[in-house]
Design a protein around this ligand. Structure first.
Ligand SMILES: C/C(=C\COP(=O)(O)O)CCC[C@H](C)CCC[C@H](C)CCCC(C)C
Ligand SMILES: Nc1ccn([C@@H]2O[C@H](COP(=O)(O)OP(=O)(O)O)[C@@H](O)[C@H]2O)c(=O)n1
Length: 155
C-alpha cells in the first residue's frame, strides 16, 4: 500500500516536473535560433516530433512505458491524446504564430507551463479554500498560477 502511494506520488511529481520544465526549456532555447524567418519552423520541429510520438503511443501503435508513466495520471496510453497533446500543440502554435516578435507566446507558455504546473502542486497541497464558481479549483492554486506565471513571463 505504501509502495503504491509512493509510486503514485512520484508519478504525479514526475508529470508536473515534465509539465513545468518541458515548455520552459523549449522557450529558453528560442534566443539561440538565428534571425532568419525560417528559424521558427526549425524550432517547431521539436514539439512536432513529440506531437507525433504522443499520437503514435496514444493510439497504441507503439509502446513506450517511460513516456506513458512520465506524463499520464493513470498510466493509460489514451491519456496522451488529451493534456499532453494539447500542450505540445500550444507549443507549436506559439512558436509559429508569435515566436520572438510578440510577447503573447512567451506569456502564454509561462502561464501554461509554469503557472498551471505550480497551480496543481500548490492547489493539491494548500487548496482547502475553493474559489466560488469552481469547487475543483482553489484560491491557493489560482493565486500561485497567476504569481508564478507572471514572474516567469517577465523573467
Ligand atoms: C504532462 C504534460 C502535459 C499534461 O497536462 P495536463 O494533463 O496536466 O493538463 C506535458 C507533456 C510534455 C510532452 C510529452 C513533451 C514536450 C517536450 C517539448 C515539446 C520539447 C522540450 C524541449 C527540450 C527540453 C529542449
Ligand atoms: N487553480 C487551481 C488549479 C488546480 N488546483 C488543484 O490541482 C488539481 C489539478 O488541477 P489541474 O487543472 O492542473 O488538472 P488538469 O485538469 O490540468 O489535469 C486540481 O484537482 C486541484 O486540486 C487548484 O486547487 N486550483
Amino acid at each position: 500500500m505504501v509502495t503504491l502511494l509512493f509510486k503514485s506520488l512520484m508519478q504525479n511529481l514526475s508529470r508536473k516536473l515534465v509539465h513545468i520544465l518541458s515548455g520552459l526549456l523549449f522557450v529558453g532555447f528560442w534566443p539561440i535560433f538565428s534571425t532568419s524567418t525560417e528559424a521558427r519552423y526549425f524550432a517547431s520541429l521539436v514539439p512536432l516530433v513529440n506531437c507525433l510520438r504522443l499520437v503514435i503511443h496514444g493510439f497504441s501503435l507503439a509502446t513506450d512505458e517511460g513516456l506513458i508513466q512520465s506524463v499520464t495520471r493513470e498510466g493509460k496510453p489514451e491519456e496522451l491524446l488529451r493534456g499532453p497533446l494539447y500542450y505540445v500543440l500550444v507549443l507549436i502554435l506559439c512558436a509559429l504564430v508569435f515566436w520572438r516578435e510578440s510577447p503573447v507566446g512567451v506569456i502564454s507558455l509561462a502561464m501554461m507551463c509554469g503557472g498551471d504546473g505550480v497551480a496543481d502542486i500548490m492547489g493539491r497541497r494548500f487548496g482547502d479554500l475553493k474559489i466560488p464558481y469552481n469547487q475543483q479549483k482553489s484560491w491557493a492554486g489560482s493565486i500561485s498560477m497567476f504569481v508564478v506565471g507572471f514572474v516567469i513571463s517577465i523573467g
